[in-house]
Design a protein around this ligand. Structure first.
Ligand SMILES: Nc1ncnc2c1ncn2[C@@H]1O[C@H](COP(=O)(O)OP(=O)(O)O)[C@@H](O)[C@H]1O
Ligand SMILES: [Mg+2]
Length: 349
């Protein structure tokens, strides 16, 4: 018994013994670690009730004691103690039918690093989403430069070449060369147009997400002989999404459509756009091989999830081997103050 007493006295973690009598929890004993951590002396505690000593304590700290006695087994709780400004994990053991011992394990450091880690994670998510939006702006700037500067120069050049051509007699020896130059210039103009489209589809900005996704499906799926259907629910005018939301959903849908081409072997893809008063869902469903094993192999799905979380949305994959795959992106229509979440909780769970 003396040995156990030494253990009780010397252990670094606070331990308290309580008796429960007529719904009252009474202090029977505490070890020096309890006195040190809780900043209370043993003499002031023994015989006092829990609520006398800790009038402001949250109910979890007393419930853990009564619960362990009620069920005659170890009970457990974790939380912040406002009184001592620490984060504890309390483990309560029944000792006798009316007596329990509680050991308090200090989890403050763990909790702080956990919080710091979660904060960093949120910041990284926000960064990833901002990156997509900034990337889109850069793409738009390059596209508009290609359109306004290079495109303009090329059109002028084509006009000049046509003028020269019209002034040359049919037998002129440079006529063929001029015609060659006209053809090359026309090709460069067409290339420039498709480059502009690839960089930043004007339809996304001008006509909105639904037509842009339709255009995207046509460009990605049709050349791969995959049939596709767009199913829309909810009015795009009534439930209009913020620009940033559209940009992210568009870019992420592109990744999902490319995945369907690359990995699924599907013959049909459905693009389902569902708008509700506060939420927009874009689902890409294929009838291909489905996903087996882990989806953590690549960066695509991971980055979709991170970006959507940063917007306060979420990402789900529903798949069964041989039965296709459905990737569902959910996002709030409007970002709070137009901002990407930077540490606050997601609004959609
Ligand atoms: N539509 C799909 N059908 C079947 N498997 C898929 C589909 N989309 C993704 N996958 C699987 O999930 C993995 C991860 O995808 P992703 O993160 O986009 O990376 P990546 O496309 O670079 O491989 C893919 O390698 C593939 O095995
Ligand atoms: Mg991919």
């Amino acid at each position: 018994m003396k040995l156990y007493r030494i253990l009780f006295e010397r252990v670094f973690d606070p331990i308290a013994l309580y008796r429960v009598q007529d719904d009252m929890i009474i202090f029977v004993d505490v070890n020096p670690a309890y006195e040190r951590v809780m900043k209370l002396s043993r003499e002031d505690l023994i015989g006092k009730t829990f609520s006398e000593v800790w009038p402001n304590a949250e109910s979890r700290w007393s419930s853990v004691i009564t619960e362990c006695l009620k069920h005659n087994k170890t009970a457990h709780c974790i939380g912040e103690s406002i009184d001592v400004n620490s984060y504890f994990e309390a483990i309560a053991f029944p000792i006798q039918p009316d007596m329990a011992a509680v050991i308090f394990l200090d989890r403050t450091k763990l909790k702080r690093s956990d919080n710091a880690l979660k904060r960093r994670q949120k910041q990284l998510q926000a960064l990833a989403a901002k990156l997509t939006i900034t990337e889109e702006e850069t793409r738009r700037n390059i596209a508009s430069d290609l359109h306004d500067r290079l495109g303009y120069e090329l059109i002028s050049q084509l006009r000049t070449l046509r003028e020269i051509d019209s002034k040359l007699d049919s037998g002129n020896i440079i006529k063929d060369s001029i015609n060659e130059l006209i053809k090359t210039t026309q090709n460069i103009i067409a290339e420039n147009r498709s480059l502009i489209f690839e960089l930043s589809p004007p339809v996304l900005k001008e006509a909105g997400l639904n037509p842009a996704l339709e255009e995207l499906a046509k460009n990605i799926l049709a050349p791969n002989k995959i049939q596709w259907h767009i199913i829309t629910k909810g009015s795009a005018d009534e439930f209009k999404a913020d620009d940033s939301v559209c940009i992210i959903l568009y870019r992420m849908a592109r990744e999902l459509l490319i995945n369907a081409v690359k990995h699924s072997g599907a013959s049909n893809v459905n693009i389902i756009i569902n708008r509700k008063p506060e939420i927009i869902t874009v689902a890409i469903e294929d009838n291909g091989a489905g996903m087996f094993g882990s989806s953590n192999k690549g960066f695509g799905l991971f980055s979709i999830r991170e970006r959507l979380l940063a917007l306060g949305g979420n990402f789900k994959i529903i798949s069964e081997q041989g039965k296709g795959l459905m990737a569902v992106m959910t996002c709030p229509l409007k970002l709070k103050n137009g901002e990407i979440l930077n540490g606050s909780e997601n609004i959609i769970s």
